[in-house]
Design a protein around this ligand. Structure first.
Ligand code: CTP
Ligand code: MG
Length: 187
């Protein structure tokens, strides 16, 4: 595997984790996940984490992942087959999508405990909470896939690619969302 291929694979396998956050902005609203409950005087998660955002975001991310699997199935000789074989691959793309929004909710939980209001900027946490959640859940679901994809050979380049592109993509997408009037803050 060469470097360029490792970079493309890093980006490709992380698509199901990149989609849920912007999708949650589109689908979000309504009933908050924490049902309005508070803990030690602050909201558990806050109004920014809703059931519609969670379910819509995970469904959309996993659906894009399934499309990627379909591509892999039809063009496997071109090297698209990077999620492993059916049916574990389906579980994996679902885990990447779900993990992203679970990580995002953990980030919100931490922000509320630090006394930060909904939408307050938390450098580092805002960009990487979903990355950590996504990678952790993928690791739990398939340690073997995680090891061969990110830890063996040039896999570390794929992992580094994810860590480098995420803040750039996150910022770009949020600025676009803000300009389009979909998102309150440009971060
Ligand atoms: N969103 C949602 N449900 C989720 C995640 C996000 O409805 N599970 C929607 C909300 O409308 C939210 C927007 O997407 O305001 C942007 O998400 P994010 O930036 O993660 O939330 P913040 O509003 O910044 O809130 P927090 O400070 O809790 O991160
Ligand atoms: Mg935010």
């Amino acid at each position: 595997m060469d470097t360029l291929q490792a970079i493309v694979i890093g980006f490709w396998v992380f698509i199901p984790a990149l989609v849920p956050n912007p999708a949650a902005v589109l689908f979000g609203g309504g009933l908050p996940v924490d049902l309005g409950r508070t803990w030690r005087g602050k909201r558990v998660l806050g109004e920014g984490k809703t059931w519609r955002g969670l379910i819509g975001g995970v469904s959309f991310g996993a659906s894009i992942g399934l499309l990627q699997l379909l591509l892999a199935y039809n063009y496997d000789r071109q090297g698209f087959d990077v999620f492993g074989s059916f049916p574990e691959s389906m579980l994996l793309v679902f885990a990447l999508a779900l993990g992203a929004l679970l990580g995002d909710m953990c980030g919100a939980f931490i922000k509320r405990r630090l006394g930060m209001e909904r939408g307050a900027k938390a450098a580092g946490l805002d960009q990487y909470d979903f990355v950590l959640g996504s990678l952790l859940l993928a690791l739990l679901v398939s340690p073997w896939w995680f090891g061969t994809t990110f830890l063996q050979g040039d896999g570390i380049i794929s992992l580094l690619t994810i860590l480098v592109i995420v803040p750039v993509l996150h910022r770009t997408v949020n600025i676009i969302g803000h300009r389009l009037g979909l998102k309150k803050e440009p971060w």
